[in-house]
Write a protein that binds this ligand. Structure first.
Ligand SMILES: Cc1cc2nc3c(=O)[nH]c(=O)nc-3n(C[C@H](O)[C@H](O)[C@H](O)COP(=O)(O)O)c2cc1C
Length: 221
């Protein structure tokens, strides 16, 4: 059975990022995968970034997967054993969220082989993707704001495990009621139009992404 794990790095369990991840999950499920979603910001979870314990670099230590014991540990163990991994995050101040960065640090650092950088310690090949959502209205501004370096570089770290891709959803609908907030830079009408016209297309892309990743895994068997 193909295992597909979805990591929501947004504090909102029903926000733009979660909605796209859920559509990608639908796609993966329909393509035959066993799917699971983890909300990194679940209030019951106590999660830290890399604690610099260096167990993953210790002579005779466990390699390729983080050993630091907190609530992220079982999630990381599932992630390195998954066939498909899809991470999602809003853009926060130009970066992926701190929660997703914590996950990424602890996914990636154990693969870094200090004895031979050209041979990362990868337990298993994973087909992966990262879904980003943001206010930023388009790819042109995304590049102008340097988000391609700040956000895409983080996402591309998953490439150490296998083929990886990025899906971006721009100009997302941030507030349920724009009238309640000091947010004069945004036109509520424009935001609603994007929500009703562009976001459904992004959802479709997420759905197709889920199908595609699972089909890639099945085709390689
Ligand atoms: C703390 C914070 C910082 C943000 N910073 C940015 C930013 O730098 N650039 C941007 O385009 N959007 C920014 N946004 C907007 C979110 O990325 C956007 O609304 C996103 O779709 C929210 O995802 P969610 O619905 O999954 O929570 C920010 C939102 C918050 C709450």
């Amino acid at each position: 059975m193909t295992k597909a794990l979805f990591i929501n790095g947004s504090p909102r369990k029903n926000g733009n990022t979660a909605k796209l991840l859920l559509r990608a999950m639908d796609g993966a499920s329909e393509a035959g995968a066993e799917v699971e979603l983890v909300n990194l910001y679940d209030r019951n979870l106590n999660i830290k970034g890399c604690m610099s314990c260096f167990i993953c670099k210790l002579k005779g230590g466990k390699k390729g997967v983080c050993s630091f014991k907190d609530d992220l540990l079982p999630i990381l163990q599932k992630a390195v054993e998954a066939d498909v991994l899809v991470c999602g995050s809003p853009c926060y101040c130009g970066y992926p969220t701190a929660g997703l960065r914590a996950f990424m640090e602890r996914m990636e650092f154990p693969t870094v082989n200090y004895s031979d950088y050209s041979k990362p310690t990868v337990i298993k090949k994973i087909h992966s993707a990262t879904i980003y959502t943001m206010n930023c209205p388009n790819e042109e501004l995304y590049r102008m704001m340097n988000y391609d370096h700040l956000m895409d570089n983080s996402a591309m770290q998953l490439g150490v495990f296998g083929p990886t891709e990025i899906l971006r959803s721009y100009d997302t609908y941030q507030f349920s009621d724009y009238g309640r907030f000091d947010a004069a830079s945004f036109s509520p009408e424009h935001k609603a139009e994007m929500r009703d016209t562009q976001f459904p297309k992004d959802l479709q892309q997420a759905y197709e992404l889920g199908i595609r990743l699972v089909k890639q895994v099945i085709a390689e068997r």
